[in-house]
Write a protein that binds this ligand. Structure first.
Ligand code: COA
Length: 330
């Protein structure tokens, strides 16, 4: 069977920088609390009218340019998001239209912070199996329009930001590129990080009462999420290494989902790897959910942190709970 590798990456961040001091204008919080608990110093928010498909399209254009292939060679789109422009259709079809691509398929992935890695595994399988040659995988989020910016929502709202990242996956020699993907879910914890409404189990899906009760805002059991993340991330990274007969010493770089800095530091400690081997940019962008890994990957490529032959592990944990890893030989 042929291999599959990432041919090019790209990212798109809104221009508007929102600092912790900006958040203090609408909620009771402090710079110290946010930085100490999360490591986030600023995040980017879109201006009204920009949705996740627009950001995703910008990131996709950059990834296609970096891959060196003509846009017409893209066979399929995988679009990971928790914040589609509309309730339906999903965002992938908007990206297809905005890129001016022909009637190729567009699949939305809804696995929250692990969305990009689940999406990458779809691309990996299609390309390795010979079903498609080039698959565009995008993670894109506009979180800012869905956050409670009052004190009631401060535990969640200080963490999240907007952004998009993308990768083009194409054929490779066997044993090069994406070595393996590992995905898990544990739905019994769905209520510990979720956004309920609009809800199809309610009629109507969104009512004034639901809005008054704040059920259209995300809810998080922060401590619970933290505890599970610091256990599952090292576990799924070890699983990827073991599946390929490799060990921690072989790893050049870990790119974890940028949930928050304390989680990233706890993962480095659990893996017993130096902090510089675990990439972090959460201080600039906050947690951008499905976009965080492809944004981080693109920055690592740009900054020369990944060289040919390096072993890189991508790992994510998030709502569901879901968690996943992807092992790459660059
Ligand atoms: N500013 C100031 N105070 C805040 C605050 C904010 N933005 N958010 C919460 N607080 C307050 C709480 O109200 C609480 O006050 P109380 O003690 O008077 O009740 C206090 O800070 C401590 O809250 P707590 O929730 O116990 O804090 P914590 O130490 O667990 O930290 C998180 C909260 C969210 C930072 C932490 O649980 C965490 O990092 N969780 C993982 C979250 C995550 O990464 N989610 C995304 C996963 S993909």
């Amino acid at each position: 069977m042929r291999g599959a590798r990432i041919l090019g990456t790209g990212r798109a961040l809104p221009q508007r920088v929102v600092t912790n001091a900006d958040l203090m204008k609408s909620m009771d919080t402090t710079e110290e609390w946010i930085v100490q608990r999360t490591g986030v110093r600023e995040r980017r928010f879109v201006d009204p009218g920009t949705g996740s498909s627009a950001l995703g399209t910008e990131a996709a254009k950059a990834a296609i340019a970096a891959s060196g292939i003509a846009p017409g060679k893209i066979d399929f789109i995988v679009f990971a998001t928790v914040s589609p422009d509309w309730f339906f259709p999903g965002g992938g079809v908007f990206v297809q239209d905005k890129l001016g691509l022909p009637t190729i398929g567009a699949l939305d992935v809804r696995t929250q912070c692990t969305g990009f890695l689940y999406g990458l595994s779809v691309a990996e399988a299609y390309v390795k199996g010979g079903f498609f040659d080039h698959v565009l995988v995008i993670g894109s989020e506009v979180q800012s329009t869905g956050l409670d910016m009052s004190t009631a929502g401060r535990d969640v709202s200080v963490i999240f930001g907007d952004g998009a990242g993308a990768a083009v996956v194409g054929p490779a020699e066997p044993g090069k590129g994406i070595l393996s993907s590992h995905m898990h879910a544990e739905g019994k914890y769905a209520k510990d990080l979720m956004l309920e409404a609009p809800a199809s189990i309610e009629h109507p899906r969104l009512s004034h009462e639901m809005i008054d009760a704040g059920r259209h805002y995300p809810k998080m059991n922060g401590r619970y999420v933290f505890t599970h993340a610091v256990r599952r991330l090292p576990e799924v990274i070890r699983e990827a290494l073991a599946a390929n007969g490799l060990s921690m010493g072989d790893l050049s770089l870990v790119i974890p989902h940028q949930a928050n800095l304390r989680i990233t530091q706890a993962v480095a400690a659990a893996l017993q790897v130096p902090a510089e081997k675990v990439f972090s940019n959460v201080e600039k962008y906050g947690n951008t959910t499905a976009a965080s890994i492809p944004i981080a990957l693109d920055e690592c490529v740009e900054q020369g942190k990944i060289r040919e032959g390096d072993l890189v592990c991508l790992a994510a944990f998030g709502s569901g709970f879901t968690w996943a890893s992807t092992l790459l030989r660059w």
